[in-house]
Ligand binder design. Structure first.
Ligand SMILES: O=C(O)c1ccc(O)c(O)c1
Ligand SMILES: [Mg+2]
Length: 633
């Protein structure tokens, strides 16, 4: 599998782009002409830089407005092409991309374009280069790969082929299966890009909103299946024009890009078992069965505050680690671990010194933890391991959002026995009667908005999951975008990602003050929210107070009985409803830099996360902050 990426896809100066591309594992790079022109080095120097990084220059592009030109423009186009062929010789690449003409003076006609390409093929052959023709979705006469192929077919020249670009085909909803009849050796290169579905002008959509395969909504997998069926075995080259990426991290973008190619070819390999595809071998997407535990790191002096909050939520401190300063709190099937091992050089300790008290790790229950680790590693996730003491299990783990740790647990004796083997039970049952909390409904991670796609791709490529549509949550300090990832077929594992643009938002403050901490809240499920609310109150739990106006509006919005809305209001319960069921939420007050708990009940098959309630939750949280942004005591 040859992987390539266009220099336009990555932020930074030219040398930084090349370094990031090579480091992420690509074997080739497309030189986008503008990156080359604005960089002050000769083509030979650029060739050497690429070679020093072990990168092939797969393509030089774009060459515009070539075919179908009336004279004298036609002769000029050939002159221009000749100049570029010379540069290509020095760059050490043999392929140039010619995109379909957009000039208003260009003339149509498949045969006219084919004749121009035949003649260009002759010129190219004399220079030892090849030309690839790509249909831009907004080309003046050719805007469909089927027409571009017909031009290439009629040009009938060994040095002339077609270039396919998933965006141009899929944005126009052209059936990708039409690619299957193109001979693979006439496809000179394949460019891949995805995009979120927007109803907008094609050129604008393409130049500003493309993203990595798997990050958007286009059927890039179907496109790639059709390409694979032609026998094409050349480079898969990412060509991503994206405003946000232009200002992003070169290294992260290159890593995401490489992950997206490995992921797409893994899917194609499984869907087209009869086609020989060279792609890394790895276990299939992992079914996440739920959150097995969440682990906080904190200091000895803050531990009691966190323990007290857990106690008001009905947790009991039920066990202590044999060898470490680690306590286990439990309720129902929920496990919360508090790690105060801040003296040692453990990762928990390092995380505490950077972020303060935070939920730095969690465990996901899977069928086979070793397979989960294999798949994650094959997709480029950094594996995580710490020295173990005798008798301690080495739990397979990776690092994810905010450098947090994701552990994989399964039913093998070593991993399922951790709680019994490594912890000693404490008998404090008398003080903890529970509050009816049964399991973790979801984890909510907060990231910078520009990292959201990275983490969505991370989760969806490793785990068998689906994404819910993105929703906008308005915070008085800016917009927060929220999207959930849920395991399929049934959502046993749920995680929401909240992307904060501005540090003036509540989520943005959490990021800024916790220096990029990730888990901002944990939602715990109950089967009876009203009974739980009573138990919480009796335990001294302080619910986040919600405005009266909210309940007036709620009553009107859903036509609630006044007694019902009064009951909600008295217990500070937020409410939502969809076609399949109902949702009830109680929030805790915030802890530390803006962490909180949520208690939820899903009735029926309610599928959402109460997004409409988020602005009320945020407003209530803000009311409890002092003007300097710190919690009121
Ligand atoms: O937006 C463009 O002009 C453009 C140029 C070259 C390409 O390969 C492409 O897909 C788009
Ligand atoms: Mg293209």
């Amino acid at each position: 599998m040859k992987t390539s990426i266009a220099t336009v896809s990555i932020s930074g100066e030219f040398p930084e782009k090349l370094a990031a591309i090579a480091k992420a594992g690509f074997t080739g790079v497309e030189i986008f002409e503008n990156d080359f022109l604005t960089y002050d080095a000769s083509p030979r120097e650029v060739a050497r830089m690429a070679a020093d990084h072990g990168l092939d220059i797969t393509l030089f592009q774009p060459f515009r407005d070539f075919e179908g030109m009336p004279e004298p423009h036609r002769a000029r186009a050939f002159d221009r092409a000749q100049r570029k062929f010379d540069i290509m010789g020095e760059l050490g690449t043999d392929l140039i991309l010619i995109c379909s003409n957009v000039s208003p003076i260009s003339l149509g006609g498949i045969d006219r374009a084919a004749a121009d390409f035949h003649e260009l093929g002759e010129l190219a052959a004399r220079h030892g280069v090849r030309v690839g023709y790509e249909a831009l979705a907004w080309g003046r006469h050719v805007s469909d790969h089927r027409d571009a192929w017909e031009v290439v077919r009629r040009a009938d020249h060994a040095n002339v082929g077609i270039i396919l670009d998933s965006f141009h085909t899929l944005s126009r909803k052209i059936d990708p299966n039409s690619i299957r009849s193109i001979p693979g050796d006439k496809i000179f290169i394949v460019q891949l890009a995805d995009a979120p579905l927007f109803d907008m002008d094609l050129l604008y959509w393409s130049r500003h909103f493309r993203n990595m395969p798997g990050e958007g909504d286009l059927p890039v997998v179907d496109f790639m299946r059709a390409v694979a069926a032609t026998g094409y075995n050349g480079p898969l080259s990412l060509e991503i024009f994206n405003d946000q990426f232009r200002g992003g991290s070169a290294r992260a973008l290159a890593e995401d890009g490489h992950r997206s190619l490995v992921y797409i070819m893994d899917q194609v390999r499984r869907l087209e078992p009869d086609i020989a595809i060279t792609a890394p071998d790895m276990p299939d997407r992992i079914h996440a069965q739920g959150v097995e535990f969440v682990e906080f790191t904190t200091a000895a002096e803050d531990k009691d505050d966190l323990g007290a909050l857990l106690s008001t939520l009905g947790f009991s401190r039920s066990a202590r680690h044999r060898n470490r300063d680690v306590d286990l709190y439990t309720q129902g099937d929920i496990r919360i671990v508090i790690n105060t091992d801040t003296e040692s050089d453990s990762f928990a300790s390092a995380s505490y010194s950077v972020h303060g008290t935070n939920a730095y790790a969690f465990g996901i229950k899977v069928e086979n933890a070793a397979d989960a680790l294999k798949r994650a590693a094959a997709l480029g996730a950094p594996t995580f391991a710490e020295p173990r003491q005798p008798g301690e299990a080495a739990v397979p783990a990776i690092q994810g959002v905010g450098n947090g740790v994701v552990y994989f647990l399964d039913d093998t004796p070593a991993l399922s026995g951790i709680w019994d083997n490594e912890f000693v039970a404490i008998d404090e049952k008398s003080e903890a009667a529970g509050a009816g909390l049964t399991r973790i409904d979801h984890l909510a991670q907060t990231t910078r908005y520009d990292e959201m796609l990275t983490w969505l791709l991370f989760y969806t490529s490793i785990f068998s999951t689906r994404r819910t549509p993105m929703v906008d949550v308005v915070d008085p300090g800016g917009l927060v975008r929220s999207q959930a990832i849920e395991s399929v077929p049934e959502p046993a594992f749920r995680l929401t990602m909240n992307g904060a643009d501005s540090r003036k938002t509540f989520a943005g403050k959490f990021l800024a003050e916790g220096f990029g901490t990730s888990i901002q809240h944990i939602a715990l499920a109950t089967d009876d929210i009203f009974a739980t609310a009573k138990q919480l109150e009796a335990r001294g739990f302080q619910a986040l107070p919600i405005s009266r106006n909210y309940y007036d509006d709620l009553e009107a919005r859903f036509g609630l009985e006044p007694e019902f809305s009064d009951a909600l209001r008295e217990a500070s319960i937020l409410y939502d409803r969809d076609d399949n069921g109902e949702y009830f939420q109680i929030y805790s007050r915030t802890f530390g830099e803006g962490f909180f708990f949520e208690v939820v009940e899903r009735r029926g098959a309610y599928a959402g996360y109460g997004a409409l309630n988020a602005p009320f939750r945020i407003a209530a949280q803000r009311r409890l902050l002092r003007p300097d942004g710190m919690p009121k005591s």
